[in-house]
Design a protein around this ligand. Structure first.
Ligand code: 13P
Length: 247
């Protein structure tokens, strides 16, 4: 069985002093972790966290990446730049970027492609809004989002990480039940299986109000291979409890 993956998404939080304390505490507490542990940090702090993690098993991720390789794209950060700083993962298509920055399925798919080409593993986020769930459209929406990524990435799709993050569960304290999450994970698994014979190696993470209390039940589901953790990743004790539940 593959190791689970627990990735923190700090979003736009942190400062030099807080990051230092948080990363040191996470590293100290994850010594016996049975899973892979990563923190996805704001771009200016990548170098800081990269230095702090030296000699530990903690992996570092970015929260976004440009779809362009280089050039006149003010404000953008390329996949090659991330790679130079030892960044292993880049979140792409987070619902906050789809919602506030107008990122489309095609753009997200392209970002995943560019990350893979540079040797950075994209954590591709998919998920439905509350209105879509209540309208019975969950399956249609997540399959459409996933299909775009499969279409653009062909056989390389086996190298990505997928995070199912129902938008209504993000930052709301309203977690999907383990059954609700498993149901969507199972259909994503089936979709990926039809696209690549190596689908078994793809990590399917759950994200959305995952915390120390609910992590174990979510992670016990057969198709949930880890978590993408927002708020609870900012507190070392909470994050480490989730890490401890991933075995
Ligand atoms: P919360 O864990 O704060 O709900 O955030 C989830 C998320 O968006 C992770 O990417």
């Amino acid at each position: 069985m593959k190791k689970k993956l627990i990735a923190g998404n700090w979003k736009m939080n942190g400062d030099l002093a807080a990051n230092d304390a948080l990363v040191r505490a996470v590293i100290a507490g994850m010594k016996d972790a049975a899973c892979t542990v990563a923190v996805c940090v704001p771009a200016p702090y990548l170098a800081q966290v990269q230095m702090l993690r030296t000699g530990s098993a903690l992996e570092v991720g970015a929260q976004d990446v440009s779809q362009h390789e280089r050039g006149a794209y003010t404000g953008e950060v390329s996949a090659a730049m991330l790679k130079e700083f030892g960044v292993r993962y880049a979140i792409v298509g987070h619902s906050e970027r789809r919602q506030y920055h107008g990122e489309t399925d095609a753009l997200v798919a392209e970002k995943a492609r560019v990350a893979l080409a540079a040797g950075v593993t994209p954590i591709v986020c998919v998920g439905e809004t509350l209105a879509e769930r209540e309208g019975g459209k969950t399956e249609e929406v997540v399959k459409r989002q996933m299909a775009a990524v499969i279409h653009t990435n062909g056989h390389c799709i086996s190298e990505i990480v997928v995070a199912y993050e129902p938008v209504w569960a993000i930052g709301t304290g309203r977690t999907a039940t383990p059954e609700q999450a498993q149901q969507v994970h199972a259909l994503l698994r089936a979709q990926l299986k039809a696209a690549t014979e190596h689908s078994g190696r793809i990590h399917l993470l759950y994200g959305g109000s995952m915390n120390a209390a609910n992590a174990a039940a979510l992670l016990a589901q057969p198709d949930i291979d880890g978590g993408l953790v927002g708020g609870a990743s900012l507190k070392a004790a909470d994050f480490l409890q989730i890490v401890g539940a991933a075995r």
